[in-house]
Design a protein around this ligand. Sequence first.
Ligand SMILES: [Zn+2]
Length: 428
Amino acid sequence: MRLYYRLGVAAEKPPLVTRTDLYDGLVVNAHVGAWGQGWVSILLQQLGKPFIVDPYTYVFSHATDSTLRPDGDLRKSFEELRPSLPPILRRSLDEKRRIIPSDLRDTDGGYTTALPDVVETVLRLERELLKGPTLDQTSLEGYLALLEGPKRRSKVSPEYLIPPYFYIDNLDDPWLDVTLRCADIATRTASQAEKVMVKLAMSVDCLRDRDLAPMLTDRLHDADAIALWISGFDETEVATGTIDTMASLIEALADAGLDVHNHHGGYLSILMSRNGLSAVCSGPGYGESREVTQVTSGGGYRKRWYYPTLHQPIDEPTFRQFFSDHPEELACDCDSCRGAHETAAALSSEGTPEFVENFIEAMTRDDLTAHHMQCRKREVLEVTNRTVPELVGQLDEMHSLAEKLHFERYEIPYAFLDRWARFLEGYQ
Ligand SMILES: [Zn+2]
């Protein structure tokens, strides 16, 4: 199981730079890459990690909220992306309207020549967007990074190319065929050395459709990988039946020889490595599920501490209430928490509400992210090395503890622990 992080704002950079041992690769959305082209391409050169440019084309078939600012102007990131886009997508930005499948079809129902053009332009964008800073983008920081040695400059091509993709509501949605047709064109036109990852952005209804798995394995046999994005698939809320369906889909795709990634997942996805899921991606320190309708923005930063045995983050106000009542639960031996623990211990007695207060005060944004990344890495190792009864036992134990400590009084959800445990048992 490989761990990817989605690159958002520059403020998230430090732990990704200092803790390269904790993850395997990065996903950069095209508009984020276009906006931060200078620092992102330098970062990728410094890291030498595999990366994927997500073309994010689904936004053009969706409401315009993601591409426009509240005042109706184009968001800066899409303004930067605009010149690299195929004409039909550029027009959709200019006219502030979403594209519809018939924009790509002839009067007789076939696809227009615009479609191969869209695919070709989008793949070119992914290949070239983060190749490296151009002369006028090369800041002093850039020069210094480039001078650090040739090994740091080696990886500038994306690990996978993602053909244009659009959001699919149900299996009769015309965007499904457009997405698969784009995948066909990409697998035919990509070079031998390039790997094609088909991204499927779809509803939970699609996931539940029994025809999905056979249709995908039939139509995607030339692709190398598939990235799933089930809109709003919140691992803590989905019902057991839906979890089973997700696992069966992953098994079918992996059996067909595809490398299967989940682009928005957490611990449940890590558990699904046992079903053949090979990689999971999330934001660094947050953002495990995402709705397609969610507006793209930097968003405000909230302090959250990932509760290791619950496999979920706890927001700061809840953190203070809960751990002040149960300070013995505030246990993590990662180096970020150890530092904050020492600071808090110097100021207050362990096991007191003051200690809990000092602990969370001492955790910086980078500490909280590095803690989350260390937990995630540990989860991968545990799921790989432990038996199913051991993993089920851990989930059940935490579920009992949550009942005993009345998590519901703090509005901390925990019912999912039982659903995850039962799912895992079913796959022994
Ligand atoms: Zn920690």
